[in-house]
Design a protein around this ligand. Sequence first.
Ligand SMILES: [Zn+2]
Ligand SMILES: [Zn+2]
Ligand SMILES: [Zn+2]
Length: 865
Amino acid sequence: MEERYQPQAIEEKWQRIWEGNKTFEAFEDHGKPKYFVLEMFPYPSGRIHMGHVRNYTIGDVVARYKRMRGFNVLHPMGWDAFGLPAENAAIERGVHPELWTRENILYMKNQLKRMGLSYDWTREIATCEPDYYRWNQWIFLQFFKRGLAYKKGSAVNWCPSCETVLANEQVIDGACWRCDSAVVQKELEQWFFRITDYAEELLRDLDRLGGWPDKVLTMQRNWIGKSIGAEILFPLIGREGALRVFTTRQDTAYGATFVSIAAEHPLALELCRGTAQENAVKEFVERVKNVSMANRGAEEGEKEGVFTGAFCRNPFTGEQIPIYLANFILMEYGTGAVMAVPAHDQRDFKFAKKYGLPIRVVIQPRDRVLSAGELTEAFVDAGVMADSGPFSGLANDDGKEKIAAYLEEQGWGKKAIRYRLRDWGVSRQRYWGTPIPILYCARCGVVPVPEDQLPVVLPTAVPFSGKGGSPLLESKLFTQVPCSKCGGAARRETDTMDTFVDSSWYFLRYASAHHLTAPFDSDKACYWMAVDQYIGGVEHAVLHLLYARFFTKALRDLGLAAVDEPFNNLLTQGMVSKETYRCSEHNWLFPAELLGSEKEGWKCPHCNRSAEKGRVEKMSKSKKNIVDPEDLINAYGADTARLFTLFAAPPEKDLEWSDQGVEGAFRFLTRLWRFVFQHRERFAGLDTAGRSDEPPFELRELRRMIHKTVKKVTEDIEGRFHFNTAIAAIMELFNAVSTAAQDPVRLNDGAPLIKQGLETMIVMLAPFVPHLAGELWEQLGHRESLDQIPWPIYAPEALEEEKLMIVVQINGKVRGKITVPADVNQAYIQTEALADSRVAGFLDGKKIQRVVYVPRRLLNIVVEG
Ligand SMILES: [Zn+2]
Ligand SMILES: [Zn+2]
Ligand SMILES: [Zn+2]
């Protein structure tokens, strides 16, 4: 053993041993409880960042801990390998997306291995492999057969100058990321997954996910957005038909003074035809079309509209009311038409004020009377119905139910439920994704590719110009194929799938990563699923986590998956952040390029102006506050990197980078190393197993602390994942162990106990700093590897604080006995003795002359007389 702690050599050694021994390969074993721990797989962007380090280290501690607790652990890793950055690299630098992706995977895999993460690499998957994405295609075909995949027209972002569809991420402030042209909306035929069929189940089952953070559950609930209300028909004046509106506030129907419809509403242009409003409406429709949906729906945006020239009838009041187009009504939601009740809806209120439309109060608060003329904002609270025909005087909540029933009686509408959730548009006009397995034949129409012809492989030789549509359009070999039904000429679908499809079922694939005849082996998936602990960023709270839930349910209904929910427990780790520096002229600066010093103040290297220490922000390249994990590992080793990220903050909180924190972690590991180096010879031959003899008094406290620490560390990890406090407790135990070892007497009498304390600590450190712990264990003379050692258990009786029985005498005569904790001083014992009622009776207020204390045994109080 070297005296100096040299992490690089140790870490390489243990990584080789784990690999050679296949320590982390998982097999189905029905004799053990299984535990599936999974971190969200990364996009292979090039290098791992501190966010990855944190995410995977948390998962690794859980995996290693559960193994020590006797679980059969599955802890796999893979690559979410399709996506836009690979294609951008091709456009910008001429590297083929496939090459770029494969090189990145190799590099990052090596980085992850250097972290000492306990993955079963035999189950590695990459979603860009035909072996993987053929099952995306196969699932697509099953969905298609059952009507869960279908095609319809939908708006996309379109850059008129690049003549290409843009992903939302490629639209920056409404402009194209490449050429800065204003982006417009264009209608295209696209493929959708009918996730809305599962809206109710997706909502209801959130109640079963007790192991998920509340904020994620709330975000999913809001995303699904169930509203219970009514559909009401507003008959058109002077023509056939009616406008169908959906409302959750049918109790305010008597206050509807106009109807607003979306610019895309099928009646929009028809209603204005021949009226004086025709041109104004057309102009408005053109203008609104080019604004993205997100901006139109935004709360703060300007509310604008135009009168259609047409009217409808409010069935409740019988009045003719005007129909308006409004920019904030979206066709996507509800029916694309709403009854506008300005007195009780803030958007309608603003709109009515702007266009001089009537306002009628139909809900009155209980404590005052509102009049329409005095309103400065809509009254949206609960109250009593007023001016509402036979319903006046009802509490408005009761009114909702009564009005809904009345509607149905009158044939004016019906009760209705709406979800905010829309079907999932999965078509992407991109190259680097899963080809959608569909052909278009002039004779047969839409033809699914036969299953035995899967996978539809992405062609390699395609140009990446960034112009026009998908690069796949340029490959005649790919697009021009014979129809698989009639053999005639057919055209292949050139859209690829949204990469969220890839990540919607990858966790199932891990159960049998190389299965050839189905997406996964159902028996194996049945053994491993559901994921017991899923770990990843909260930014995936809706899309990925909702799609994965939808896929699990849909695959269950196809008879493939045996669970209703994919992830039993979810941990969303916080961000990794760091301080920033900026110059008023040159913006963000790297700390390393600053001139000056902390004391004199930092200066900008470009202009010598003072550089301001900015806020602590999430690490990002653009803010120049990143730390490359590779530098960290090169300088301190993976164990220090792991210990620092785990110790600095609880996993769900943000972690603020600190150089001192890193050094502190390294110092602790170095001290531990030195301690073992110093004492290993004395300890190596000592037997600590099965010792039950009572340690001497000075060491009893140490024994208690060992057991107390095991209890605390176990409880901190179990369920709560409070690794930071667990590590702090281990550090305290180390202090106690090393203090005890400094005392020659205690070291002599208590070497077995001190060794036990040290080894307990090392075993508990194994999940956190596995290389160092493994090495120290070996250096202490163990032949069995630390990877085989179970998690320590504590003896409840050893936790009890030692009590002493003190005899209390008055003038040499025994007058009482008191029980006190063993570690208290004379003053404490004296106070307790005097408070004892029996002793107090004998004292009878007499003056105390002096007190004699025989440690741990006797207190003699000497009084006058
Ligand atoms: Zn462009
Ligand atoms: Zn055909
Ligand atoms: Zn500057």
